[in-house]
Design a protein around this ligand. Sequence first.
Ligand code: SAM
Ligand SMILES: Nc1c(NC[C@H](O)[C@H](O)[C@H](O)CO)[nH]c(=O)[nH]c1=O
Ligand code: TYR
Ligand code: SF4
Length: 456
Amino acid sequence: MERSVTEADLTFDHVPVTDQSFENALTKARAGDRLTVDDAIELLTTGTDVDGIDQTRKEQVLEAADRRRADVVGEEVTFIANLNNNVTTACNVGCLFCNFKDAAHTFERGTEMESAGFTKTPDESREIVADAAERGIYEVTSVSGLHPAFALDAEHREILEAHPDPKAVNYKPPEAYETDPGTYAEQMAAMSVDGVHVHSMTPEEAYHARRGTDWSYEDVYGRLKEAGLDTVPGTAAEILVEEVREVICPGKISTEGWLEAMEAAATVGLDMTATIMYGHVENEAHRALHLQRIRELQDRTGTITEFVPLSFIHQNTPLFEHDVVSGGASTDEDELMIAVSRLFLDNIEHIQSSWVKYGDEQGLKMLSCGADDFMGTILSEEITKRAGGGYGEFRSFEDYVDLISSIGRIPVERSTDYETRRVIDPDDPPFGPQLGPKADGTPILTPEERAPPADD
Ligand SMILES: C[S@@+](CC[C@H](N)C(=O)[O-])C[C@H]1O[C@@H](n2cnc3c(N)ncnc32)[C@H](O)[C@@H]1O
Ligand SMILES: Nc1c(NC[C@H](O)[C@H](O)[C@H](O)CO)[nH]c(=O)[nH]c1=O
Ligand SMILES: N[C@@H](Cc1ccc(O)cc1)C(=O)O
Ligand code: SF4
């Protein structure tokens, strides 16, 4: 009988054992010395000689990270006026941690099945972003499924259409689908409406945008930049260690591929974020190796604006449903992940706390464990919601000012690259965005707030 893999079955080459001591790693962290992978393992585990997390040692790590945060960026807590605009949920990559995707065949014309997902045309994307721009937003974050009809641009479409075996390159023409997502270039141009900053095209999407060609990632990101792309989201990183990727996302771009795509984006002049998605099958050795790969990338490029730890949301995912994992990260693990990111990544200025993943209370706590950025207004959220997360889809400027002031820190509206900042005076309401191309300080209203649902 076939049996699926379970947590107990997983054996990894990389395990969190070192000949380093916790005290030594902590001393180095406090002194600001560059940490090794073994140091990071000590800090993440609080020492491998005891089972579980040693609370006293954890507090020491958090305190060291909080001090480092204060030294590097001071008391300001930044956030951005942004929206998420996911173009499509159609995706056949099959990552086992993901419930954002819907099988692409359910989007085809004439299928009996009604897809639970969505695809937006470039015109629809333009309208959504233009509407948000009117409400003052600065940035659109757009990450999507790998829709088989997506091509980079008209030239890429021609190549894919002429391919002898389109299936082999995960291509189906737009006519096969109810809704045509257009090309990536068209989507970038559409979302650039009114001068909004476009944060889009993860390395996984860039891979899709060059399939079936001999184009380099430089070619792809170069064309996307010309079409309107401004910065690249560093998701699809998950855990940058092959033995983990084999379990959680065997169909996805490799560690090498992710790094190659990011270096190419940097080469053509794009800034980027970087992420880690942790709290599933990986151990502290994998987390530490991941941090090292990110730090090395930043040493080479200097283009990473922020690091974003994404705590795995397990409820509706294949990994949980098939008993490969029994849950996500503990609060101790979340706090140590933020703190060790701050201490290890001595070349990345900003560490983000995601209220989508942690909620307001724990998200605020993270701002005293090494984080200094509190994400963005986002207006809508699909990835975490579909995975079973319940912390909502929007935070207003008023929410931000209240939350950040409540812990005695300074609320600051920022641009995507953190170069433009505006300190907000908590005693001077009302609070609204001022940095967006059409922002005038008016509070952001959700569509419901602007037009309450009509009685019928
Ligand atoms: C949903 S994908 C969309 C973009 C593109 N398909 C890709 O994979 O790069 C974006 C990211 O969401 C994150 N994500 C997906 N499911 C998640 C979950 N259950 N918990 C936490 N993060 C998740 C992963 O880090 C993933 O790379
Ligand atoms: N951490 C999450 C983010 N972070 C991205 C920010 O919202 C912003 O786009 C970035 O800082 C660039 O300015 N976005 C999500 O949708 N979900 C998260 O969990
Ligand atoms: N979309 C990702 C989060 C993310 C997006 C853009 C970034 O630059 C960083 C992180 C999620 O919700 O899981
Ligand atoms: S994480 Fe991205 S590539 Fe993987 S299944 Fe989800 S949408 Fe597709």
